[in-house]
Design a protein around this ligand. Structure first.
Ligand SMILES: Nc1ncnc2c1ncn2[C@@H]1O[C@H](COP(=O)(O)OP(=O)(O)O)[C@@H](O)[C@H]1O
Ligand SMILES: [Mg+2]
Length: 314
């Protein structure tokens, strides 16, 4: 047995590639997830997130590339790996006519060690639903049950694929706090999401993925800081008038200007300086505002800066 060095990462992959016919779903992707962190793959639908995690989970074979999980490899250490991983798939189909506790007991029986069924239900706040049929649960409760099934073996590494898609805000927060609890017990998380606020709220580090590649990597704070601007001014003008991006980019305090269809986005350091100058410039060009907003720069803006598209557009 090779002991895991203290600084060894929880997960490493290098040069991953996966094709489906002519579609390259994952294209030379590298990742490193550290022990104890919550790492997020953030990207639009079709970016290759699910394909990537399914390779890392040992469910799909890559065409090329190397994967090491907890210092072990798929193909040689599968049994040992399965005991130490928790997996929540993008879509979980559980038998609707089984009770919540029966499902958890079933999943618990697959593993040598782990908390009691009662303790797992407590972690996911489903004690009051233990005798309810799965078919009677709300979306948020079903999703917490799916996470419960991933926690039955007290995993070292938890994979979550779009854990909060389709959930209402309260269920989302409940799931987030459940993940905080897992982190507090020393667990490592790799999650995928297309919600930038989720990545910003949960993740220590984020890899922004687009078209099967990592296009930006860092803490949410570092990624936003890499824009070189703390705020984004976003506006549109009436009609189909041409706006001169060059004139806007030259305004004091503007770091970058992007004209994207009818929407113009300015990355700015000092909104109180830019906004009056911008309004004066639009008046000079004879343009009227149709929309106008200023917001703090987010991971969404990082994605736009790298790709020229919105996360939600896909
Ligand atoms: N089983 C499959 N067969 C063919 N194409 C697939 C299959 N799974 C995924 N794809 C394609 O691979 C790309 C990446 O998909 P996916 O990994 O599901 O992305 P994401 O999870 O980021 O939405 C998409 O273009 C998708 O249509
Ligand atoms: Mg997916």
């Amino acid at each position: 047995m090779t002991a895991l060095a203290p600084a060894a990462p929880a997960l490493v992959c290098r040069g991953l590639r996966k094709r489906y016919g002519s579609v390259v779903a994952v294209d030379l992707l590298d990742l490193e997830v550290r022990v104890g962190e919550c790492f997020g793959l953030l990207g639009p639908n079709g970016a290759g997130k699910t394909t990537t995690v399914e390779i890392l989970e040992g469910l799909l074979q890559p065409d090329e590339g190397e994967v090491e999980v907890l210092g072990l490899r798929w193909g040689t250490d599968d049994g040992a790996l399965r005991q130490r991983l928790g997996i929540q798939l993008q879509e979980t189909q559980l038998n609707e006519k089984l009770a919540v506790e029966e499902i958890v007991r079933l999943f618990r029986s697959f593993y040598r060690k782990g908390p009691s069924v009662g303790r797992v239900l407590e972690m996911v706040e489903l004690e009051s639903k233990r005798r309810s049929w799965v078919g009677k649960l709300s979306g948020g409760q079903k999703q917490r049950l799916a996470v419960a099934c991933a926690l039955v073996n007290d995993p070292d590494l938890l994979f979550l694929d779009e854990p909060t898609t389709g959930l209402d805000p309260q269920s989302r927060r409940q799931l987030w706090s459940l993940l905080d609890g897992f982190r507090a017990r020393g667990g490592t998380i790799l999650l995928t999401t297309h919600y930038m606020d989720e990545a910003q709220a949960l993740c220590d580090r984020v890899a922004i993925v687009d078209r099967g590649r990592v296009i930006a990597l860092g803490t949410p704070r570092e990624l936003v800081a890499s824009l070189g601007a703390e705020h984004v001014v976003e506006f549109a003008v009436d009609g189909h008038a041409e706006v001169s991006g060059d004139a806007l980019a030259g305004l004091p305090g503007v770091t970058a200007a992007r004209v994207d269809g009818g929407t113009i986005r300015l990355r700015v350091t000092e909104p109180h300086v830019v906004v009056p100058a911008l309004l004066a410039e639009l008046a000079r060009q004879g343009l009227k505002l149709a929309r106008f907003a200023v917001h703090q720069a987010t991971l969404e803006d990082v994605f736009v800066a790298h790709t020229g598209r919105n996360l939600r557009d896909e």
